[in-house]
Design a protein around this ligand. Structure first.
Ligand SMILES: NC(=O)c1ccc[n+]([C@@H]2O[C@H](COP(=O)([O-])OP(=O)(O)OC[C@H]3O[C@@H](n4cnc5c(N)ncnc54)[C@H](OP(=O)(O)O)[C@@H]3O)[C@@H](O)[C@H]2O)c1
Length: 310
């Protein structure tokens, strides 16, 4: 089969589409013929080696954690899936999805694809949706709360904004001018153009008493000190990146996405029913996957997901 391959840790320029052996499903695994795969920031970090201390990678490696496709074969002991089933799959850091065939375990990260969901939108969903679910659980928002979402127009942020707004939270979102109408249509009440003004000063002006929750999808390490200053006393700072145990008297809640049973299926059904939306910014044919990865890393699109089609 053909796959996108990184030979070693290093720059994205090394990525090539070439032939590798077909992956064969072991016990509890499902082999998926991939129809579409989505890109995530973690793909770039795994290829370059930025996350090598956290996630070991065996080379040559095939990137890609999110995909949708058709079950081609199942390993011993698989009971919920059979050849021909249309599925949505998340591979975790083991990756391997930007390939004609991929393996995934029969667990909460493998679900049947709702009929009404297009392959591009289905592929875009797993990591962003399951992370948004974990972020919202950590944020413990209540109706009437105020929340600032930094990185609101990205894959995770747009899903956090929609679900927080649906809960009755007053959402303040960062968005470049071209994305302001988009994020407001998803439920944001107020926006800050992070490309033109200092986000933190603007947020402080709008919410001088601080916000109940700040969801930070942008800052890592000591940089979390600035958003921490926007949290009202007793409020929460939630981050998908990592940093110190305490910043400015606030103990950030660091989210590491974990798939939970039923979550991906529930979110896929919501998108299929038109009750939540996931934006596909661009689709690239498989042989242009190396360019797609470079475009992701360079921030070519300010909102939504990049999807590779097969
Ligand atoms: N811990 C976990 O388990 C976990 C899981 C998933 C994701 N993550 C991490 O969470 C982060 C977000 O993931 P994602 O998939 O949503 O990323 P994404 O789709 O690439 O979105 C990033 C968004 O941030 C915006 N942005 C960039 N710089 C900004 C700034 N200074 N102020 C405001 N907005 C800014 C971008 O818009 P513009 O181009 O307009 O700036 C873009 O919309 C990534 O770093 C990812 O690695 C962690």
């Amino acid at each position: 089969m053909k796959a996108l391959v990184a030979a070693a840790f290093g720059p994205l320029e090394q990525l090539r589409v070439h032939d590798v052996p077909d992956p064969s499903p072991g016990p509890g695994q499902v082999q998926v013929r991939v129809q579409a795969a989505a890109l995530n920031p973690i793909d770039v970090k795994l290829v370059t080696g930025e996350l090598r201390a956290m996630f070991p990678v065996t080379h040559p490696c095939v990137p890609g954690v999110d995909a949708t496709g058709v079950v081609a074969a199942v390993g011993e002991g698989v009971t919920r899936f059979a050849a021909g089933d249309e599925v949505i799959a998340y591979a975790g850091a083991a990756s391997g999805m930007i390939a004609e065939y991929a393996l995934v375990g029969e667990g909460p990260e493998l679900v049947h694809r709702p009929r009404a969901l297009s392959p591009a939108h289905a592929a875009a969903l797993p990591m962003a949706a399951m992370t948004a679910h974990c972020v919202l659980a950590a944020a413990a928002l209540e109706p009437g709360d105020s929340a600032l979402v930094l990185g609101a127009t990205g894959g995770v942020g747009a899903l956090v904004v929609q679900q927080a707004a649906e809960l009755g939270v007053r959402v303040l979102a960062t968005a470049a001018p071209a994305d302001t109408a988009y994020i407001r249509a998803l439920g944001a009440h107020e926006t800050i153009d992070h490309t033109a003004v200092d986000t933190l000063s603007a947020a402080r002006r709008l919410h001088p008493g601080g916000l109940d929750v700040v969801v930070d999808l942008i800052n890592a390490g000591p940089a979390l000190a600035s958003p921490a200053g926007l949290v009202r006393p007793g409020g929460r700072l939630v981050s998908t990146l990592y940093g110190p145990a305490e910043v400015d008297g606030v103990a950030p809640v660091y989210v590491r996405m974990e798939a939970s049973t039923g979550d991906l299926h529930r979110q896929a059904e919501r998108v299929a029913a038109g009750r939540m939306s996931i934006e596909v910014a661009a689709t690239y044919p498989f042989d242009e996957a190396p360019q797609a990865m470079r475009d992701l890393a360079e921030g070519q699109y300010t909102r939504g997901k990049i999807v590779i089609t097969f």
